[in-house]
Design a protein around this ligand. Structure first.
Ligand SMILES: Nc1nc2c(c(=O)[nH]1)N[C@H]1C(S)=C(S)[C@@H](COP(=O)(O)O)O[C@H]1N2
Ligand SMILES: [Mo]
Length: 176
């Protein structure tokens, strides 16, 4: 092959690689967008197989709606009950919340560092009639960055201090 032809081939390959480079970049960007889909982790020492749940995962589960009042403003929040989420991650529920399992508690953590706990028993319908939910919608809309995208609604609490905004993790732990 004449030298001129070899050089032409190399030049063509180089142009091809350079022209594809921006696409590789777009793919990398898309991958990071996928990784940034908001999710809540259900974990903690008393959970054998932690779950990472997205809005889409919550949408496919049994849904609960609660109407409650926060500082005098009424609202409707929708989501999945905490006990249902914990059950799916292997936590004991119902009749199994007895003996040593009464020392289990649930720690809610938020993106701003706020934390609140519930006893596992106070989330279960056999102990308490009011439901505590992990909401992903407020008055029919997804929540803004200050409130969501995930928030605990404990309508049985007289004060909304445990209605944790910006929830990132739900951990099942055992009181020592
Ligand atoms: N992540 C997070 N959630 C939170 C709080 C907080 O500081 N951080 N404050 C709590 C308190 S004390 C109340 S009264 C309600 C409502 O708070 P807001 O009026 O600031 O929305 O959210 C609760 N959830
Ligand atoms: Mo508060």
């Amino acid at each position: 092959m004449p030298a001129a032809k070899v050089i032409a081939k190399i030049a063509f390959a180089a142009v091809l690689i350079l022209s594809l480079a921006p696409f590789a970049n777009i793919q990398a960007k898309e991958a990071s967008v996928v990784a940034a889909v908001p999710s809540v982790q259900i974990g903690g020492d008393a959970i054998a197989a932690p779950l990472h749940l997205s809005m889409a995962d919550l949408a496919s589960m049994p849904r609960s709606k609660v109407t409650a009042s926060e500082h005098g403003t009424q609202g409707t929040w929708e989501g999945v009950s905490l006990i249902e989420l914990l059950h799916r991650a292997g936590a004991p529920v119902g009749e199994a919340i007895r003996g040593k399992n009464l020392a289990l508690y649930v720690r809610i953590s938020a993106a701003d560092g706020y934390r609140a706990v519930f006893a596992l028993a106070e989330l279960d319908a056999q102990f308490r009639s009011d439901q505590v939910i992990l909401a992903d919608s407020h008055d029919g809309k997804s929540m803004d960055a200050k409130e969501g995208p995930f928030r605990i609604i404990a309508s049985g609490d007289q004060r909304p201090a445990r209605w944790v905004r910006q929830v990132t993790a739900i951990d099942l732990l055992r009181a020592p």
